[in-house]
Design a protein around this ligand. Sequence first.
Ligand code: NAP
Ligand code: GFB
Length: 345
Amino acid sequence: MCCFVYDYFLHRQIRLTIKDIRNHNRKMAETEMVIMVTGGSGLVGQAIKTVVEEEKHSNERWIFLSSKDADLKNTAETRAVFEKYKPTHVIHLAAMVGGLFRNLKYNCDFLRFNQLINDNVLESCKDFKVQKVVSCLSTCIFPDKTTYPIDETMIHNGPPHQSNFGYSYAKRMIDVMNQAYHQQYGCNFTSVIPTNVYGPHDNFSLEDGHVLPGLINKVYMAKKNGTPFTIWGTGKPLRQFIYSIDLAKLMIWALRDYNDISPIILSVDEADEVSIKEAAEMVIDAFEFKGEVVFDTSKSDGQFKKTASNAKLRKYLPDYKFTPIQQGIKETVNWFIENYESARK
Ligand code: NAP
Ligand code: GFB
């Protein structure tokens, strides 16, 4: 008799334990954040991955997509990847991206491809009830004729610089879509506006990449081959460069704590603006390059400046300390040297 009673209570206890585990798992599943990063294999995506791996939050699952997971220009593939991962949050980075010279060549592709990607991603975010989306604009999309410093209120005040109008209009439509999805569906879709980004995992291609990775690749080859280091343009244009790890930290902050639909500029201070020539000199120092330096002024300078104000960011994070550009460039040069074979170039 007593073993029967014992068995009864043992099985009851086991059933209770299983029920507790199921309840716990359901509660975890209900509270677990599933953050999907589109464009997760690129410069900014890999920086976010680096930061997330250091910050480890137990109730968060991070998914970093590349175009191998889905071509986000394709609606069916986009919906399939949302169906597969069912994200609760999305950081939307995926885009056709490039420096001045790639933009000059492919304005129509930049316009079409990025519009397709953005429409597919944001429509899927709405349909799959993603709780929050943070997308990426850029400080190069502001009106060419403007006062300085530019701020978030100026995005639609006039045509962008001719060199990248395709990319710029596609990016500006993200802000318009965010407002529309919020008004009609109550979606919490916002965007950040990074300035020029650089760091490990960048695209070091001379034709398609941005200036800093291009300069790094060129000094590497000049030093290796004993040839001159050629800087394109006059070197006079001004830029604010944000290290990818800083941008990653600020985008993760935006995902967690920035809840305004309108965009926010993520840039170093105005005082940190440097000329292309000064940036090139920092690359030369990082390589300890002693060879000849020449300027090819037959190449375009592009936008002379796009000085952005980070006053809105400073209201939230007044004490944020950006990585000094000399340190960021040195770390990027070291990464490039160590990963030369596999780096995009
Ligand atoms: P990136 O290094 O070129 O990475 C682009 C990412 O998008 C890659 O993961 C790429 O996947 C993915 N992608 C491109 N086309 C795709 C498609 N059709 N389907 C799916 N994925 C696709 O670019 P990034 O510099 O990290 O830029 C990330 C975001 O920041 C972009 O929205 C960009 O506009 C913005 N931003 C960049 C800068 C800058 O200076 N770099 C400045 C301001 C704003 P694969 O690896 O498979 O190709
Ligand atoms: O990063 P970048 O290509 O694009 O920088 P933007 C272009 C500036 O750097 C021009 C000079 O003044 C170039 O003459 N430069 C000097 C070089 N040497 C090189 C080099 O080896 N490679 C490159 N690429 N430039 C982009 C926009 O503008 O900013 C994109 O077109 C994007 O849409 C990006 O938003 C953030 O800074 O001029």
